[in-house]
Design a protein around this ligand. Structure first.
Ligand SMILES: [Zn+2]
Length: 677
């Protein structure tokens, strides 16, 4: 019998556990936690995270200090597992003893909580939802430590789910997010090969919210948004319009595709992503939801949880499907939306970020459902889910930068300074060090470390926006054009190098009211607005600690500029400077940074890593509306007044920003200046 290409052991990686039959073969195989480590600026970023909220909140946030998940008497629901789901990868990726000690304090009571029925966690929690998150934490803990007790707890719990009645109601988080369990379920099946685990996943898929039909139909489109038909409630229909649920659910058809082998489910993933872009797409790779889906207007925001969950979905989907668009999108979110919504020192975060974010303050805004504190950078603006859940963003991204290939090689999935140590060929351990300032610069140098010469393939991703990659290795120089991957299969010896030049041409993207966003590589650029940070005491923030603070940020320079740009020759008239990358990579002068040494905040004076000098013209009638920048006037805008020099910095470095610019066409402007006949 001729089986589809997904079958057979022949083309399976022999070093890492990939999908066995009857599952479809994965495109790539995620490496165990700890195989990929950050270098250069990315290491600084993760260290900042470890020194910021992630490495400290469990010492002072009552919900974690007294969590029932580690034997306290307090919060027993999602907050402990959320925190662990980010703390565990951060601790083991950095190999940070202080953080690993914290992990153990949580993990031991969780491992001990597993009961005869298979249920685990705090006795007072009866809801399956937080266990779906805790499952992922245990999975990662096992990968980092090899502690088999974690697999035992997971197996017992999946046996519980297998034998118990399905309980996945559409009006509850555990139901709408039920397929989150499948992430761990498929992993567990790869570990054990026990077929009943697939029966459990099939039962969950068939008895929980039908997200595939949702993506096919997509009821909450632009028209629904314009007609105010998006259900702004917390019932069954409102939960399908909930931004975080959407960001999580985009992977569910992809997860089920592995087991169903039905192309319909793969199609639903890409159709879903397209529909988000067309109906709710925002600069920075996001879609809006504040906290229900909110359309494309740049005054609408995206909740931080939706950013980190969308990232995780894309990481999972890339391993399953290997489609470049998924990694392109992952880089956009990681290098724009994620850093843009925290302070550079990661001591404060927003609930909702905006593309055109000109005032950060406690005030009424046109959110769909969120409250007045949603765009301040603080400890727990609006609601504390993001404070618990934000930690997974950076470390899980690092984990997925490199993956294993089915033919016993390695794949470079997302560019950035890193080092992978993994087994290739027939079990030979090698390392590849990636030196680069990407995304701030497009030069990448890979250096192979190996005891003995070994042949294995290295699969390089070609970003969708890059016209051509120049790759040099041994005595070869190749130009890769019109392709999504390039594989080099060579016999590598210690010290061999591959150099990659990724062309970082500037380009534009049309957005709301025909406005324009400027990109270079995976980075969006925003107007630099002079700013004043004002420390405020929000009434529910009554346990401030070390660097923990709530910030309002006020503009101290004009923001209402139209961009003067030649849309046919984007770089014309723009002057780009690359600066040294500092201890806080996504910072710009004027940011406030916590100094642990002097225990106070200091004003940062270093420029962002990339700065673009451009020209703009003020548009006097473009003003504030409901405490946000009003909608950008429809472009092209008739230029009035004189051009001024303006400065653009990466979105992720701009706490105040304009990213969707009205545009004045240079050519139009020049024609106007020509004397009439
Ligand atoms: Zn949240």
């Amino acid at each position: 019998m001729l089986l589809s290409s997904g079958c057979g052991k022949k083309n399976m990686n022999i070093n890492y556990k990939s999908n066995p039959e009857p599952l479809l073969k994965n495109a790539y195989i995620k490496l165990p936690l700890g195989a990929v480590r950050p270098k250069g600026w990315l290491q600084s970023q993760l260290e900042a995270q470890a020194e910021g909220l992630t490495g400290n909140i469990d010492d002072f946030w009552p919900d974690l200090v007294n969590s029932s998940w580690h034997g306290g008497t307090g919060e027993a629901w999602e907050r402990g597992p959320y925190f662990l789901d980010g703390l565990i990868p951060l601790a083991f990726i950095l190999n940070d003893e202080r953080l690993i000690k914290k992990v153990k304090k949580w993990i031991e009571p969780i491992l001990a909580s597993s009961s005869d029925t298979g249920w685990y966690g705090p006795a007072k929690n009866k809801d399956r939802w937080p266990l779906a998150v805790a499952n992922k934490a245990l999975m990662q803990y096992y990968e980092a430590t090899g502690d088999k007790r974690a697999v035992t707890v997971l197996k017992k719990y999946f046996r519980y789910l297998h034998d118990a009645k399905p309980d996945w109601p559409d009006k509850e988080w555990r139901g709408v997010r039920a397929m989150e369990n499948a992430v761990t379920g498929y992993w567990l099946f790869r570990q054990t090969g026990e077929i009943w685990i697939l029966e459990t996943i099939e039962s969950i898929q068939k008895n929980s919210s039908d997200w595939t039909a949702y993506y096919e139909k997509f009821p909450w489109d632009s028209a629904a948004s314009a007609d105010k038909k998006i259900p702004l409630n917390w019932g069954a229909d409102g939960l399908t319009a909930h931004v975080v649920n959407n960001a999580m659910a985009i992977k569910y058809p992809g997860l089920w595709y592995q087991q169903s082998r039905d192309e319909r489910f793969k199609k639903a993933v890409f159709s879903g992503i397209d529909k988000y872009d067309h109906n709710h797409g925002q600069a920075g790779g996001r879609f809006s939801g504040d906290e229900h889906l909110a359309g494309k207007r740049p005054d609408h925001g995206s909740e931080l949880c939706s950013v980190v969950e969308y990232m995780f979905s894309l990481e999972e989907l890339y391993a399953i499907l290997g489609d470049n668009r998924l990694a392109d999108r992952l880089e956009l979110l990681t290098y724009n939306a994620l850093p843009g919504t925290t302070t550079p020192d990661m001591w404060a975060h927003q609930y909702d970020q905006q593309s055109n974010q000109v005032i950060v303050s406690a005030a009424k805004r046109d959110w769909s459902t969120n409250g007045d504190y949603s765009n301040i950078y603080g400890l727990m603006p609006d609601f504390a889910c993001c404070l618990a859940n934000m930690h997974q963003g950076w470390p899980k991204f690092v984990e997925s930068m490199w993956m294993a290939t089915n033919n016993n090689g390695l794949a470079l999935v997302s560019y950035g300074p890193s080092m992978v140590k993994a087994k290739v060929s027939k079990g030979k351990e090698v390392s590849i060090t990636e030196e680069t300032d990407y995304p701030f610069n497009g030069s990448v140098k890979l250096t192979i470390g190996t005891k003995n010469a070994v042949r294995f393939p290295i699969d390089l991703r070609v970003p969708g926006w890059a016209d051509a990659l120049t790759i040099k290795y041994k005595d070869n120089t190749v130009q890769v054009k019109g392709s999504t991957h390039y594989t080099i299969n060579e016999k590598w010896k210690n010290g061999d190098q591959i150099s990659i030049e990724i062309p970082m041409e500037m380009r534009i993207e049309r957005r709301y009211n025909n406005s324009l966003s400027l990109l270079r590589g995976p980075l969006y650029f925003s107007l630099r607005i002079d700013k004043e940070f004002k420390s405020v005491k929000i009434n529910y923030d009554n346990f401030a600690y070390k660097g923990s603070v709530d910030w309002e940020i006020y503009p101290k320079s004009a923001w209402n500029y139209g961009l003067l740009i030649d849309v046919k020759n984007v770089k014309r008239g723009l002057k780009l400077t690359e600066n040294p990358i500092g201890k806080y990579p996504f910072s710009d002068k004027g940011d406030m940074i916590w100094s642990a040494a002097s225990e106070k905040y200091i004003a940062w004076t270093q420029d962002a890593p990339v700065v673009i000098i451009a020209r703009g013209i003020k548009i006097p009638e473009w003003t504030l509306k409901n405490n946000s920048a009003d909608l950008p006037p429809v472009s092209p805008v008739k230029p009035e007044g004189d051009p001024e020099i303006i400065t653009l910095v990466p979105y992720g470095c701009a706490r105040l920003r304009i990213t969707e610019f009205p545009v004045m066409d240079v050519v139009l402007m020049e024609n106007m200046k020509k004397p009439s006949r």
